[in-house]
Ligand binder design. Structure first.
Ligand SMILES: Nc1nc2c(c(=O)[nH]1)N[C@H]1C(S)=C(S)[C@@H](COP(=O)(O)OP(=O)(O)OC[C@H]3O[C@@H](n4cnc5c(=O)[nH]c(N)nc54)[C@H](O)[C@@H]3O)O[C@H]1N2
Ligand SMILES: Nc1nc2c(c(=O)[nH]1)N[C@H]1C(S)=C(S)[C@@H](COP(=O)(O)OP(=O)(O)OC[C@H]3O[C@@H](n4cnc5c(=O)[nH]c(N)nc54)[C@H](O)[C@@H]3O)O[C@H]1N2
Ligand code: SF4
Ligand SMILES: [Mo]
Length: 763
């Protein structure tokens, strides 16, 4: 085990909390100002304006932020991006640099004491760096020496399953496909990815019920729905352009029901920065009915809504789609008999919803023929995450709201290409179909044994069963749960390798040896032999399109992701395969040709992607459930939350502020929630504060107690907030140390980082 004394947690230093009243609308003129301030301060004015003009345009590059889709037809001349897209770009296109001199100035022990904010703001990585065994400073290394070291360590393993190949969701289809082929040709399915911590619960629930692990709607459907339910998602911050789609929906007469423990500003009212009128007017009210659910009581609430719909259908008829239920689904009677066991009052009592607000929601849902449910981490990151999503599917199926225009499932994806990475093979297993295709096309036998996901990988490293960890993007130590345990797991490795754009904490929490391989960002030009190359990505709604960077790269020593992977593969596997690694790394159109041969739905990939992009096949969108048992969509039985709180215990959720992208901290404000200049805050109900005798800004520590072990996160300012009693919220990753590695969603193993039972300790 490493002797280095590095800190896996972000600094606990307080930065000077200021509080204001939470906002009552999102975006608007001030949002544009903030976006430009970020872009200009990191990139300079000229570079900022020139680059932003290319983002999300047809011949430009895909926003490195979230996975929200661009319009299919025309794009706005005022810019097709939001405030947080501008911040994501600013972060990547910053003029600050982390070069060899920087690394010679600081030891990893020193840098690990910094806050995540300070680490991220250091700038872009510029050259390959190597941390030798027992040393505390990274030193420069050539690309070829770096590849030799990786090959040597991989080939020295007792078994390929001692290697782990992690992927974060920002990699292109081309890079991800090559990485997946390499890992399998090397001999392992150990491909954990950020999806495991994100929408894995959605993927599992949707595959089992509708036959596809993705959503079924397009952007256009959102404009046409009768009712959109937004559950466990904060689009104003995390998918800001979704608000433009909801605005269009409202203008077309559609309604919005929001289910969330917090009344998020972006779901109240939206002032569209692309509409001059909205700068002066009040903008558009988004939410019609707000159901302020208690944390993890969504199944109870959805069950109550379904019971209400069934009762009305009995009374007045034509509320449920009986034709659809009998023609296309199975399991309805079982669900109905299960729902009979519950009392609506008891379900509402559990979920914390007033009868009158519940009735208002029913008023909207009952007559609706076209319902869309959008959701994100508020549903997936609980022990019963899969049940949450199956309950949403139940409601949609009852109403015949699947496979119909303006209706369906909308799991809103996180990272800009997390969905594409999965499509092209980043998953910890090889299906029979993929096995066969790889054999036919590349002439090798992919491993049959199931691989490790994020949680299993951490446990394997902790137990010394895995010894080389390669990370294609991401910040594993800060993103995963049980921070100190995860840190020990990584430190048990012989070698950790990070393919990264920017410095992050995982570069300090390393194996005995460590490599940082700096790569190009989305916004940067990717030239080879004088020719510009482009990559492709898939958005949250299953559309594949191209992305071509426009900026001069941060350094002339950067290498593209596909080329780095091709080199790792060819150094490691030498001539053991017939795969032309080098050629693939140079010419991405060859990778796309192979993707077309191996993965369904990519026919004519190269031509179609250059021609504006294309939608991948989607059986749920088509209403085709032939792959499912009896060829039918499946109703399911869903378990409600089972955790009960003892006296002195609270239910904590960890969420994103408005000024971060996962572990990358853009700034210290959470403007919509009225929190400024501080991340160590604990959102608490004012009655709960009163009971504990806590005043605004008092400092507290948090502890969790699972399996007889105490875990801690210290020093948070308490702030009164509109959150249900006995519920708490703090930011991610500050709260991650409280989540035991074994606390995850059943089946999907997604860390349950939105329902952590904690106690409060006064400072
Ligand atoms: N600017 C920005 N954009 C991002 C990201 C980012 O960090 N910054 N991250 C990207 C990624 S990877 C992802 S996965 C997405 C995440 O997007 P979101 O899922 O919107 O992100 P979170 O902040 O985790 O917030 C979840 C919401 O769920 C609510 N919630 C928590 N618990 C419950 C519950 O039990 N029930 C219900 N109904 N609601 C609950 C919270 O109050 C919060 O509003 O965003 C993506 N986009
Ligand atoms: N407690 C708690 N934990 C959570 C969550 C939560 O809500 N609560 N959310 C979970 C979710 S939804 C997710 S998706 C994970 C996120 O987990 P990750 O994807 O692992 O984390 P990120 O913070 O997105 O990774 C940021 C790093 O990626 C690198 N990077 C950025 N762009 C590129 C690029 O183009 N190429 C390459 N190679 N590297 C790049 C940079 O070095 C940057 O520091 O965290 C999870 N963890
Ligand atoms: S909505 Fe998401 S993808 Fe679109 S500009 Fe904003 S951050 Fe980028
Ligand atoms: Mo995510």
């Amino acid at each position: 085990m490493s002797q280095r004394k590095v800190n896996p947690l972000t600094s606990e230093e307080l930065t000077g909390l200021e509080l204001k009243t939470p906002a009552d609308y999102a975006a608007g003129a001030y949002g544009v100002k903030v976006a430009l301030d970020h872009a200009i301060s990191e990139m300079g004015a000229v570079r900022a304006f020139q680059t932003l003009a290319k983002m999300n345009q047809k011949s430009g590059f895909d926003c490195p932020g979230c996975a929200w889709p661009d319009p299919d037809d025309k794009r706005s001349v005022l810019g097709e991006y939001c405030e947080n897209g501008a911040k994501a770009l600013a972060e990547e296109a910053t003029l600050k640099r982390v070069d060899a001199d920087f690394f010679s100035d600081y030891t990893i022990e020193e840098m690990s004491q910094w806050s995540d904010y300070k680490i991220g703001k250091s700038g872009r990585l510029t050259q390959p760096m190597y941390l030798p065994k027992g040393e505390s400073k990274y030193i420069p290394i050539s690309w070829s020496e770096a590849f030799e070291k990786i090959a040597k360590q991989l080939n020295a393993l007792n078994h390929p399953d001692e290697a782990i190949f992690y992927t974060s969701g920002r990699s292109s289809n081309e890079a991800a496909f090559l990485y997946g082929v390499f890992a399998r040709a090397f001999g392992t399915n150990n491909m954990p990815d950020c999806s495991n911590m994100c929408h894995e619960s959605s993927g599992k629930a949707l595959s089992q019920t509708l036959g596809i692990g993705k959503g079924s709607v397009t952007l256009d459907d959102l404009h046409k729905a009768d009712v959109v339910m937004v559950i466990g998602q904060n689009p104003g911050t995390n998918h800001p352009r979704m608000l433009s789609a909801l605005q269009k929906l409202k203008e077309n007469g559609g309604k919005v029901i929001t289910i969330n423990p917090l009344e998020e500003a972006g779901l109240k009212r939206f002032k569209n920065p692309q509409r001059v009128g909205d700068y002066f007017g009040r903008g558009t009210a988004i939410t019609d009915v707000f159901l302020q659910v208690r944390i993890n009581e969504d199944v109870a609430l959805l069950n109550a809504l379904m019971k209400g719909l069934i009762a009305r259908d009995h009374e007045v008829g034509d509320i449920l789609d009986h034709q659809f239920i009998s023609d296309k689904t199975s399991g309805y009677d079982k669900l109905k008999s299960e729902l009979v066991q519950y009392q609506i009052e008891a379900l509402l009592d559990r979920s914390g919803i007033d009868e009158s607000v519940y009735q208002n929601a029913l008023e909207l849902l009952a007559p609706a023929k076209k319902i869309i449910i959008c959701w994100a981490m508020g549903l997936t990151q609980h022990q019963n995450g899969i049940d949450n999503i199956k309950a949403c599917v139940n409601l949609l199926l009852m109403k015949g709201s699947i496979g119909r225009d303006g209706a369906g499932t909308c799991p809103v994806r996180g990272h800009s290409n997390v969905q594409g990475d999965r499509t092209v093979g980043i998953i910890h297993g090889t299906s029979d179909k993929l096995h066969k295709a790889l054999k036919e096309v590349f002439h090798f036998d992919a491993p049959r044994k199931k691989g490790l996901d994020v949680v299993d990988s951490i446990q394997a490293m902790y137990e010394g069963k895995a010894r080389v960890f390669v990370s294609l993007g991401g910040n594993f130590v800060s993103a995963a749960s049980d921070t100190e345990y995860t840190a020990k797991a990584l430190q048990n490795c012989d070698l950790t390798v990070s393919i990264s754009t920017k410095l992050n904490r995982s570069h300090f929490i390393t194996g005995q040896e460590s490599l940082i391989l700096p790569t190009l960002g989305r916004s940067e030009q990717d030239f080879k032999n004088g020719k510009a190359r482009f990559v492709s990505v898939e958005n949250s709604m299953g559309k594949v399109h191209s992305s071509e960077g426009k900026l001069r790269p941060a350094s002339d020593q950067l290498m593209s992701e596909p080329e780095i992977i091709a080199n790792i593969a060819s150094y490691t596997l030498k001539d053991q395969t017939q795969i032309p690694w080098k050629a693939l790394g140079e010419d991405y159109s060859l990778i796309r040709d192979y993707i077309e041969k191996v993965i369904d739905g990519f026919k004519g990939y190269n031509d179609r992607v250059e021609d504006g992009g294309f939608y991948l096949p989607n059986n749920a969108r088509e209403g085709d459930f032939s792959k499912l048992p009896n060829g039918r969509a499946q109703f399911s039985t869903c378990r409600m939350a089972e955790q009960t709180l003892e006296k002195g215990e609270y239910m904590l959720m960890t969420m994103r502020s408005h000024d971060q992208f996962n572990t990358t901290i853009y700034g210290l404000d959470d403007r919509y929630r009225g929190v400024y200049n501080e991340r160590r805050v604990l959102f608490m109900n004012s009655e709960d504060m009163k009971q504990l005798g806590l005043k605004t800004k008092d400092l507290v520590n948090l502890t969790s107690h699972y399996g007889g072990q105490e875990r801690r996160a210290d020093r948070f300012h308490v702030i009164p907030y509109g959150i249900p009693q006995s519920n708490l919220a703090c930011y991610f990753p500050e709260g991650n140390s409280l989540v035991p590695i074994t606390h995850f969603a059943r089946e999907s193993q997604t860390p349950a980082s939105k329902s952590i039972v904690v106690k409060i300790e006064r400072k």
